[in-house]
Design a protein around this ligand. Sequence first.
Ligand code: ZN
Length: 184
Amino acid sequence: MAGTAEQLSGAGWRVGQGFDAHRFAVGSTGPLRLALLEWPGEPALEGHSDGDVVAHALVDALASAAALGDIGELFGVDRPEHQGQSSARFLAETIAKVRRAGFAVENAAVQLIGNHPRLAGRRWEAAHGIGQILGAPVSLSATTTDRMGFTGRGEGLAALAVCLLRPAAPATPATPAVTSNVSA
Ligand SMILES: [Zn+2]
């Protein structure tokens, strides 16, 4: 019998993995949406949502670790209401589901596979933005495939993601904020 998120809750640490690939839109002048950033001058990726392979691979890794299914099952990416939807929203909603299932993210790592853009110059900016949503450290790396395959020919981008979840108290909705009135 397939395990449910409830059955896994509190059962221990969990790893998850994810993969995604999208092709570059023919004739696109961009901007590319990747790792929750806009990359002016880079061709956009085709996709029902914004085609962000880094974010989508990460959603799949998180869903995998918490036994929530996958991005297609969670968000029905073939449904019209998700057309053009931002991957930041997919990621935030996935994290909310992960927390409701009784887990917190310990860390995550994503590897981009492709010829361009060059991730190195914006690695920390991208990792910081994603880490803010996950509430955990995220490391980003990139590789090429020695001109082999669809990424090597520059037809598109792919990404691999892994994450580690730790057991945590399930998030309760509408928790009152604890405020401190120490004079500012
Ligand atoms: Zn995707």
